[in-house]
Design a protein around this ligand. Sequence first.
Ligand code: DON
Length: 562
Amino acid sequence: MIRFIVAGLCSVLLLLAAADAHCLNAPTRAPNSMVVSANDTASIIGDQVMVDGGNAMDAAIATAFALAVTHPTAGNIGGGGFLLYQPAEADPIAYDFRETAPTGSHPEMWLEEGEYSFQRHHMSHMAVGVPGTVAGLHMAWQEHGSLPWKRLVEPAIKLAADGFVVTDGLASSLQRALRRMQKYPASMAQFSKTGAPYEAGDLLVQADLAASLQRIADDGPAGFYQGKTAELLVAEMQRGGGLITMADLAGYQAKKREPVQGNYRGYQILSMPPPSSGGVALIEMLNILEGFEVADSGFGSALTMHLMAESMRRAYSDRAKFMGDPDFNDLPIDQLVSKSYADELRGSINPEKASVSSSESFDWPTESEETTHFSIVDKDRNAVSLTYTLEWGYGSAIVVPGGGFLLNNEMGDFNAGPGLTNSSGLIGTPANLAEPGKRMLSSMSPTIVTRDGEVFMVTGTPGGRTIINTVMQTVLNVIDHDMNAQAAVDSGRIHHQWLPDKLIYEKGAFSPDTLKLLELKGHLLEARDRQGAAEVIVVNAEEGLLEAGVDRRVPDGGARGH
Ligand code: DON
């Protein structure tokens, strides 16, 4: 009853104030443009850029820099990521600003006296890859931005210099992170009050970060990859035994790539190609599912969940076998995204019974769940889908002294070492071993769905290995289950990644009867509290509105439009 009263109130509210209502499953709606991100302050900044006449790309640059200040767990200038752009009137393009391995890297760099060292792989200065974010954002802006670069960096400078009010979400996130920062005085100085955790309501000022951002505003990528900022970064590498040199920084190049493309029930799917495994696996799963009547079996039914899990199992197995940096490997992408290959895989799925993942091969290591995604559409229906990361929350937890920005620990996404594949979670297959200049394999999957050449949906999420499955489920929720953007984000999620051979589901999101049926089909089930933080926009062409879904699984998100 209460639900219906609230829903009724929501409809009234939505009529009165289109752009900023958050009701049960009600999307945020606006006619012209929309930004949805994991941090409302950053969304406001992106929205203001479009109010001031900027396009989706301008808004993306400003939002990304703002997140580097207000959402330090994943927003960054010291990490890397991917930006997918679908202009209203031209072909889509993917910008790859993934970190690269420094020149001193080699496949056995994670061994210490012959033994694999998790500490070295994930928690040392050697785990820091050459950052790509500044180069990637600048390249994308140069090609598609319309407002001056400085105008787009400025709001972030102001937030860092003047400070912003710490939210509940940031306070508890920082409190958890402080333990890892203890070793690094510059990190403690920036993210604690001389050792005491920030509390909600405090002002967080980041003066060194403001100065680094100012150099980027003044000099573009040269203000980061050369000169003072680069020198500060390299000094910290030398202090802590890291590998990045001035030459590595000066040599970093963002790359343009052709998005990986598929189609699903008449919609075009555009997503990130390698070095992300995301787009290929996403299209492989959708191709398999296209041959099943997913709309008829319905959201949350045991059959639909089983068919999704079996598609995931197969795509993640291929991901493990084949994926790596395309500039270092020959990858069978065309085959993996072909309809005929999907037909073959579909033929191996028994609707009644779970398959078994072969445990002779290998397991995946654990992967952290801290990254961030935002989606933007502007008044001309240009769209940006951007996911970027420091890898773990707060990356390596190392703030560059004097530079005020966190360094990634993305080198942890490389495989452990040649032949090191074992059942406890290490992988040693060659495609993704560390080599100088190589990009480590990613799951980040910024995705755009178009229909008849027009943007229909923009989606993406953090969540490590779960990213690809979460994105897939947002697409299915909208296309097959006819959900609006908010419902598509709110709905419960599942995850299967081939190995370990278990079906993970969000606690409380599915009925016990359904879970029982899945067990009867042979799935080993495991509950988790939450999966991902998708930020989604759907274009409601009939009503001429953009509808956004903000993921409430994480605090602080916001959709802003006008
Ligand atoms: O690139 C990747 O796939 C990972 N480094 C991303 C890490 C991640 O998503 C953690 N997330 N929430």
